[in-house]
Ligand binder design. Structure first.
Ligand SMILES: CC(C)(COP(=O)(O)OP(=O)(O)OC[C@H]1O[C@@H](n2cnc3c(N)ncnc32)[C@H](O)[C@@H]1OP(=O)(O)O)[C@@H](O)C(=O)NCCC(=O)NCCS
Length: 188
């Protein structure tokens, strides 16, 4: 049986809770600042879609100062982290892991991943996969600290719905993101 994600305190400075629609602008700003928004993705569409599939696995971290009991991003709250996860019945996936620059190195990225792992495990998920651009050695080092290892696999993708500013010019065919250099990097 699964339980809804609860407010979980991290090292004491933050709390992790499910995304609320009122967090949208702060979350998109966080992703942009963290370099996670790519031309072939529309972050607003990504959020909209996620809210239709396992929205409870889309988490944000906010500064604990925003006060207990607030359901979403309210007055005084600041979103300082995010992670978007899913379970397809075989593997768990993680996208859009981000921590605001000033908060990095405080354990928040680890805490967000720990919460996602807990929720996926609760659903019986046996393995978690994620994609990182191969040149992004810093993020690979971060994941290795958390116990992740390189799989002997390459990442392939096929875009089914063109998004982003190129969408309108993608006449009739899918704009295959995997054709773009470095696009194997997801938003992990
Ligand atoms: C990746 C990211 C989420 C890490 O968040 P963070 O809060 O700084 O990470 P933490 O403080 O929780 O670090 C957890 C562990 O990883 C280690 N670590 C973090 N960044 C590291 C780096 N660049 N190189 C090596 N180790 C690193 C920490 O030392 C810590 O180790 P410890 O707990 O064993 O002492 C953050 O840097 C970020 O938002 N980056 C930009 C967005 C991004 O690239 N996301 C991933 C897309 S695939």
């Amino acid at each position: 049986m699964t339980t809804a994600p609860t407010e979980r305190a991290t090292a004491g400075s933050f709390r992790i809770r499910p995304f609320a629609v009122s967090d949208t602008e702060e979350v998109v700003a966080l992703w942009r600042a963290a370099g996670l928004v790519k031309p072939w993705n529309d972050p607003y569409l990504d959020i909209e879609r996620k809210l239709t599939v396992q929205p409870e696995l889309f988490l944000v971290a906010e500064a604990a100062a925003s006060g207990p009991g607030s359901a979403g991003s309210g007055a005084g709250s600041t979103v300082v982290g995010s992670v978007m996860a899913g379970y397809d019945g075989h593997r768990g996936w993680v996208n859009y892991l981000a921590v605001a620059d000033p908060e990095r190195g405080t354990g928040l990225g680890r805490a967000l991943m720990a919460e996602v792992e807990r929720l996926l495990l609760e659903r019986g998920c046996p393995k978690l996969n994620l994609q990182v651009r191969s040149a992004n050695t810093a993020v690979i080092a971060f994941y290795e600290r958390l116990g992740y290892r390189l799989d002997d696999a390459v990442s392939l993708g096929k875009r089914l719905i063109p998004d982003g500013p190129d969408a309108s010019s993608a006449s009739g065919g899918a704009a295959d993101a995997s054709a773009a250099p470095g696009s194997a990097a997801a938003r992990g």
